[in-house]
Design a protein around this ligand. Structure first.
Ligand SMILES: [Zn+2]
Length: 525
């Protein structure tokens, strides 16, 4: 673009100003460019692209059209191309400057990404340890494509772009989430800009339920596309949470911690109001409120489905795509105002028994300080923080010292005291004690503790690994494999789990599985 074009760049919003110049042609141009932006806002990217291509033919010298084109390319995942266009655009306007920064950051963060494609997805990641995630990611996403596509009545025609960021720093630079949002809320994934983005579980001490998270983000993708991005945030989150486990044939979306926090909230009349969930659950004040908000909206969706059947979800999205305001769409499809709906939901919840488990705590995501640094140090540090209180922490330390010096029975005593003192059902402490029992081959005590802890924290990778180890030691390879596989899906970066699975497959003469596991293991070595 030449210098003259730079000077005549307008961005959307200056239409009124333009028409005062009686420049009808320019007003037309602005209206057409605005239409392009609207299509992007409505997640109608293919139509936006067609519109933009036509505009480029009609107004080949318009800075506004080129700026729109940069947006289209960005949403298609062509960051280099978007950047090339933006380089020619003057950035004296705030909108331009802001977008340039976003494109520049995204381009930088993804510059070394490699790509793997499945039937309906393209996955972008950094070649290296994160390669281990790809077969699992494809499994979760392709199953989601089928299962969720049927429920929501939407199957994207284009392959969906998925980006896996190695840790939270580049992720915060390419998303509207700040580091503080990520740390406070435990938000590690996002669906925005026509793609799914997540932080690799390899950057967390114990991984996380990243496969459900990917599926959750994919629900957002479907819903944004099908409703033309007209679904309110609470409904988005409610449906995504309600459906996030479906890809693996599990209808139970409610974790014990969500249930407990919701029960407390309802009993004490402490709720996160729907309007306070804006602009994102990641912006709520703490991780407990985030869990409460999820529990509220997921049970609202559950209630809606119980009343009207699962087709209600697709119907709502279709009505919203017409441009019908949400409250009206709710009245049409559910027959209630939003207020009535919430009142009825509360009544419904009062009749539904919810379990409160005192001591259950939201486990904060623990990031490794440095992915290259050993897992051990940061895990140790996190474990101490999570002991609960100073006394429990001191007793745990003492237990650790005794254990390291092989005073096993003495260590057991200290860990038991720590659990009693902590009162927060810390899965870390349960695992320390259970692991120490394992050293003594006291399988019964160990298993009882691990199973109890698993009931509270079903996705705690260390518990699953310990249970795998327990059955491995007992030579019950079928049970061991089951638990190790579950652990692998939360944290595929633990070398022990890989080597145990390889041994199990070798012992059972399952050569092909052994080789597959060996290949996965090679990625993280
Ligand atoms: Zn979500």
């Amino acid at each position: 673009m030449n210098r003259l074009l730079k000077q005549t760049l307008w961005v959307v919003g200056s239409i009124v100003l333009l028409t005062t110049f009686h420049d009808v042609a320019r007003a037309d141009l602005q209206a057409e460019v605005t239409e392009g932006y609207l299509l992007i806002d409505q997640w109608r990217f293919e139509e936006a692209e067609t519109t933009t291509q036509n505009l480029l033919k009609k107004y080949p010298n318009s800075g506004d059209v080129h700026f729109l084109n940069a947006r289209v390319e960005f949403y298609k995942g062509n960051y280099e191309k978007a950047w090339k266009i933006l380089e020619t655009v003057d950035d004296q306007y705030h909108t331009v400057k802001e977008f340039k920064t976003l494109v520049s950051n995204t381009r930088e963060a993804t510059s070394v990404f490699v790509t793997q494609e499945s039937e309906h997805f393209t996955i972008h990641y950094i070649d290296g340890p994160d390669q281990v995630l790809i077969p699992y990611a494809i499994e979760a996403l392709e199953k989601s494509y089928q299962v969720l596509g049927k429920i929501l009545g939407y199957f994207p025609k284009q392959k969906v772009r998925v980006e896996i960021y190695p840790d939270r720093i580049p992720f915060s630079r390419i998303s509207p989430l700040t580091m503080k949002d990520i740390m406070t809320s435990g938000t590690v994934a996002l669906c925005k800009y026509n793609r799914l983005m997540m932080i690799s579980p390899g950057s967390l001490v114990r991984g996380y339920n990243w496969m459900d998270t990917l599926s959750h983000e994919y629900v957002h993708y479907l819903l944004s596309s099908k409703s033309y991005n007209n679904a309110p945030l609470w409904l988005h989150e409610g449906i995504a949470k309600y459906l996030e486990t479906r890809w693996r044939q599990d209808a139970d979306y409610m974790t014990p911690i969500m249930e407990s926090i919701l029960a407390d909230g309802l009993a004490n009349d402490y709720m996160v109001a729907l309007e306070d969930m804006m602009p994102s659950l990641a912006k709520l004040k703490n991780a407990e409120d985030v869990q409460l908000a999820y529990a509220e909206v997921a049970t609202m969706v559950d209630y809606m489905v119980q009343e009207k059947g699962e087709t209600i979800l697709a119907q709502l999205a279709t009505t919203l795509a017409d441009g019908t305001p949400f409250e009206k769409a709710l009245e049409i499809n559910v027959g209630k105002s939003l207020n009535e709906f919430q009142v009825d939901w509360k009544k419904h919840m009062a009749s539904r028994p919810l379990k409160t488990i005192p001591g259950l705590t939201v486990l904060k995501f623990r990031f490794k300080n440095n992915r290259a640094a050993g897992e051990k140090d940061s895990a140790k540090e996190a474990a101490l923080r999570e002991a609960g209180n100073q006394r429990a922490h001191d007793l745990t330390m003492l237990g650790d010292i005794l254990k390291s010096r092989q005073y096993i029975p003495a260590a057991i005593i200290e860990y038991k005291k720590a659990i009693e003192e902590s009162k927060m059902l810390s899965p870390i402490l349960y695992n320390k004690l259970a692991g120490t029992y394992l050293l003594q081959k006291d399988y019964d005590q160990s298993e009882a503790l691990l199973r109890k802890s698993l009931n509270y924290y079903p996705q705690f990778a260390t518990t699953l690994t310990h249970l795998g180890e327990l059955f491995y030691m007992k030579k019950d390879y079928a049970a061991a494999e089951e638990f190790f596989q579950q652990a692998m899906r939360i944290n595929p970066f633990n070398p022990l789990v890989h080597s145990r699975l390889i041994n199990i497959y070798a012992a059972q003469g399952q050569t092909e599985k052994k080789e597959q596991q060996g290949l996965l293991y090679s990625y993280i070595k």
